[in-house]
Every structure is written in C-alpha cells, then in structure tokens.
Ligand binder design. Sequence first.
Ligand code: FAD
Length: 384
Amino acid sequence: MTAPEWDVIVIGAGPAGALAAHQLARQQLRVLLVDKRTFPRWKVCGTCLNGVALGALAQAGLPDLVDRLGGVPLVRLRLGLQQHQMELERPLGRSLSRGCLDLALCEAAVAAGTVLRMDTEATVAGPCPGGRQVRLGSGGAPATTSARVVLVATGLGSPGLTPAIPIRSQVQAHSRVGAGCRVEAQASGYAPGTIHMAIGRHGYVGLVRTEAGDLNLAAAFERGHLIAAGGAAHAAAGVLAEAGFEPVPEAAAAAWLATPALTGRRWPPASERVLLLGDAAGYVEPFTGEGMGWALLGALAVVPLVLQGQSQWSRELEQQWVRRYGQLIGSRQRLCHGLAFALRRPGLSRWLLGAVERWPVLVTPLLHPLAGSSLNPPLVAPCP
Ligand SMILES: Cc1cc2nc3c(=O)[nH]c(=O)nc-3n(C[C@H](O)[C@H](O)[C@H](O)COP(=O)(O)OP(=O)(O)OC[C@H]3O[C@@H](n4cnc5c(N)ncnc54)[C@H](O)[C@@H]3O)c2cc1C
C-alpha cells in the first residue's frame, strides 16, 4: 500500500479553491491546485468584492491584496427599473477584475508552497488506501494521482465527480442563466465607483468600472428570453433601455460568455474524503455581490476539517461540513431567494424600489455585508 501522493488536491483555482490552497499550504500540507483554464482568464462576474470578501482576505493574511492591485472603491449603488432611477450612497466594497484577482490569489497560494497546475482538467475518482484518486487530463494521456482529502471548487457547471460519488446536482426550476462581457466603453453615464444595476422584466444587468477602466457587464436572463432576444448582447440592450440607462454600443460587438443555470446546489456537499465549496456547493441569484464572499468564507472554514481529515476520515467530518456550510451561508442565500422572487414580479419590484427610496433603512439588511470588512468570529486556524 502506498500513501496518497498529496495531502490535499484542490480542484478549481477560483477564489474558493485558490484561497483554500493558500491556507492549507500555510499549514504545511502538500497541496496540489489544478485548474482547467490558464490564468489570467476572464470570468462572468460582477467583479464587486463586498465587506465579507475583503474581511476574509484580511483574515487569510492578504489584507492589502485588493488595494495593491488597484481595486476601485465602490461608494454608490444606482438602481434603474421601468425608466425610474434611484441612488444610494454608502461604502460597498471594491471592484477588481477577475483576471487580476484570481491570478493574484493563485500566486499567493504558490508563494505559500502550493504546487499549481493550469490547463489541467481533474475528475474525482474512487477511493484508495487512506485517500481519494483524482484523474488529471491536460492534453496528453490522463494521469492518476491521489490525496488524503480532495476539495472540489469547480464553480457552476460540472463538478468533475465520477457518477459513483453520491453527490447530486439540483438545479432550481426556471433558474436564470448568467452572461457577461467586458468593454472599453466611453459611455459617460457609467462613472467609476458606482454599481449600476438595471432591472428588466426578463433579467437584469450590472455594470461596474474595474481597475483598468473597462466597463464590466454581468447579467442574468431567463433562458427563453435570451434565445428569443437573439443573444446576450440584445437581451442586455433591452434591459438597459427598459431601465432608462444609457446604451453601451460597444457591448453589441463584445465577446459575451454565458454560464449554466445560476440557482442550484450539490447535495450533500460532502462525501468520503471529498468536500465541496464555493459555487460548486451551491449558488443563488440574484447577484448581490456575495458569491466571492461565500467562496472565500468557505475556503477559510474548510481548513480545520481538512486538517482533521489528514489523520483519519469519518462520516462526522462530512456532517460537520454540511452544518458549517449552512450556518455560514444559508441565511444569506435564503435572502437572495426572496429577492429573486421579488425581482421576477414587476409590480412588487417597483413597489420595493419606491419603499427603499422613501425609507433607505429598509435596504440595510441587504447591504450590510457589502460594507464593513470585519468577520466575527475569526475563521482562520493558527499557522504552525
Ligand atoms: C453574472 C454574475 C455576476 C456576479 N457578480 C458577482 C459580484 O459582483 N460579486 C461577487 O462576489 N460575486 C459575483 N458573482 C458570483 C461569483 O462570480 C462566484 O460566486 C465566484 O466566482 C465563485 O467562486 P468559486 O471559486 O466557487 O468558482 P469559480 O470562480 O467559478 O472558479 C471555479 C474554477 O474551477 C475551474 N474548473 C471547473 N471545473 C474544473 C475541473 N474539472 N478541473 C479543473 N478545474 C476546473 C474553472 O476553470 C474555474 O477557474 C456573480 C456571478 C455571476 C454569474
């Protein structure tokens, strides 16, 4: 019997996977981080890091990462619905392009001792003595390796698990799909430091200037509407017009990327020596700027369980992760479910917008995690 080659294999180098690898390497574990893409890569995302995300990075020992990369302070939320617009002024975190953020997190993981393999697609396979097998494919013949614990942080879409692993994907009926692009837009209506959110009957579009001055567009649409409108560029233009926002002509010729269904979960998010985190465990639209915060929180919270799992695995560890994940993220995801319900009803959304305009305090519970940068209680395990 040979011991597993790695202490941990982390599949997926987005915020969840890269930060988990960084934290585990700091614990002096042998960590392999793999991603099927080559970084820097663009990803459909609103690029807004909220207070929870910034707080998680600070706790992880990377407090100045976002500022060092030129993250743009976000100070205003501008909402548009049925030609009516309103603005709320308050600290809302930072905007930083995903190419830049995700690459920096991978570099931090490597500096902490992680071995990184890009352009490598991984699949979790069967158990082996004291560990799990993982198949790695990167153009040539696939190779098999193994680890005591495997973290699956593969985002939306296929989780890379062989069918024998009893974790099922559940997609919410009528879930919207995401789409996005990045343009060098001149449109003067989209000032830096503001999250511009246009809400339409069949979807919504968030627009934010990143550190490079580009305009990042991230949208969610009903799948049927996306097809009927003739693609994401047309659907987005329609939503901007409905909201009374300035058109972005450059978006018509941009390379839009789409995502799989946005709302769904994998259940349970744990199996023998396998733990899921970030979007791979579950995601709920609308995007209130929380997905990266959830991913980074998950990365911090999973560390003690991975450490325990090094000596011995037990069902109790899997159950602990299910409970812990629900405590950390469940209540915010329930709030997002409620917001998604309201946004699909034009009358209700209009009423809500009016109410928020009159009593801005109503929006405080929603914006609360966007602002501060403290996490209480601390989640980080001390380094040896
Ligand atoms: C339209 C839209 C707007 C959003 N706006 C915001 C926002 O403003 N703020 C915010 O905080 N969140 C936002 N989110 C959510 C946020 O993008 C995600 O929650 C976040 O990226 C999740 O991070 P992750 O690490 O779990 O997954 P990801 O960032 O998706 O990373 C997963 C990685 O896994 C890799 N991978 C997948 N399968 C494999 C495999 N088999 N082998 C190897 N590698 C693999 C992928 O290449 C990818 O790099 C938005 C999402 C959408 C769709």
